[in-house]
Ligand binder design. Structure first.
Ligand code: NAD
Ligand code: WQD
Length: 340
């Protein structure tokens, strides 16, 4: 069975390709390499023994996307990861974010419809919940107005998928709402490749631990949380990748109850920034220099997932302990530090 993975050389895509191949799926990746590089294919091949199919083009190019579908008529399902994802940058460049994230989805959906691909898994985000009034958030927690153009593209993509699925009974869609994906493959052969100064907590933290940056800024210690720092639900990237394989199987086996479904993909446990620093130090034995700084504008105080629906209906559960995830992130940092 051939799975079309858009954005498959990216961070979450590459880990998912590994899990798909290890489960016996054939993979064809399309990526324009805007935020990834071809070396990722070597990493995937070294882990799995198989080099996935790969084509480099921009999915906002409608004729190229249609041509791709016309040449791969045996695609059994799609996982659509390709998107721009930097929240802050999206505020500066809203048009680029809307054009990239919406057009690529619409081109992929047009191909799925014309060439009768029966299933699509979409990368959504806990960002659609914003600061929820009640925690943990379930899939029926109301979505809140997006704080950024990036977040808005996730809301709009979910809506496009819902509306298309409603009139296309042959197309089944699952949107996975990821919480905070972190870590790397335990082999340290693939991981996250942030461009420039990382915006996200874990890549910044591992770069501080590696001596690439002086100290970590902890954005705020005056939140209404037990230690005052903000709380998130950090999900191991391999656990997250496994959720995609399970979602794909659900679609291929026709087990879905409706033709568009949503699942929260998190651990169900919230950890504060200070707890993450302590867990990293415990897991690796490496001290992290940090300083408390003012809150980051736009940040929410706390969020974590209710994962009951994913556990019971999807049959997926996070399994990697946080210390192991942080050790893998550190191993990956050391590998990148050596090779770059
Ligand atoms: P990533 O940037 O590592 O991977 C995305 C890949 O898509 C990149 O390799 C990029 O080159 C490619 N791409 C982007 N636009 C493209 C286009 N028009 N045509 C072809 N390729 C294109 O990001 P990631 O962290 O792996 O995220 C994957 C998906 O998960 C994204 O949709 C993202 O919004 C979503 N998501 C990520 C997080 C997170 O914290 N990483 C959280 C929630 C949701
Ligand atoms: C985590 C926590 C920061 C950096 C973003 C997107 C979200 C989703 C996941 C895609 C927060 C704190 C961070 C630092 C810090 N992506 N922090 N010092 O903001 O929860 O979510 O990525 O859909 O949409 O908004 O992730 O890793 O940036 O921050 O103290 O140098 O770490 O304040 O509490 P965030 P993050």
């Amino acid at each position: 069975m051939k799975i079309f993975v858009t954005g498959g050389t990216g961070y979450i895509g590459s880990h998912t390709v590994v899990e798909l191949q290890q489960e016996g799926f054939e993979v064809i990746i399309v990526d324009n390499l805007f935020n990834s590089d071809l070396g990722v294919l070597d990493g995937i091949e070294r882990i799995t023994g198989t080099r996935p199919g790969f084509e480099c083009f921009d999915l906002t190019d409608a004729p190229a996307t249609r041509d791709f579908f016309s040449r791969h008529r045996d695609i059994g399902a799609i996982i659509h990861f390709a998107a721009l994802k930097a929240v802050g940058e999206s505020v500066e460049k809203p048009l680029e974010y809307y054009a990239n994230n919406l057009n690529s989805l619409m081109n992929v959906l047009s191909g799925a419809r014309e060439f009768r691909v029966p299933g699509l898994v979409f990368s959504s985000s806990c960002t659609v919940y914003g600061q929820a009034a009640v925690l943990p958030v379930t899939e029926s927690t109301p979505r809140r107005e997006a704080e950024s153009p990036y977040g808005n593209t996730k809301m709009m993509c979910e809506d496009i998928l819902r509306d298309v699925a409603r009139v296309e009974p042959g197309l089944n869609v699952i949107a996975l709402r990821y919480f905070n994906p972190i870590g790397a493959h335990p082999s340290a052969l693939i991981g996250e490749l942030p461009l420039g100064v990382p915006n996200n907590l874990i890549p910044f933290l591992t770069q501080v631990a590696a001596g690439i940056r002086d100290e970590l800024s902890v954005f705020g210690d005056d939140y209404d949380t037990p230690d005052g720092s903000a709380i998130r639900d950090y999900i191991d990237v391999v656990d997250l990748a496994r959720a995609h394989v399970i979602a794909i199987r659900r679609l291929l086996e026709g087990k879905n109850e409706r033709n568009h479904e949503y699942f929260n993909i998190g651990t169900g446990r919230g950890l504060s920034v200070l707890e993450i620093i302590r867990a990293f130090e415990r897991a690796t034995g490496v001290k992290v220099r940090y300083r408390i700084t003012p809150r980051r504008p736009g940040d929410i105080e706390k969020v974590w997932a209710d994962t009951t629906w994913a556990n019971e209906v999807l049959g997926w559960k996070a399994s990697v302990p946080i210390e192991e995830t942080l050790r893998n992130a550190w191993k990956w940092q050391q590998h990148v530090g050596r090779e770059r």
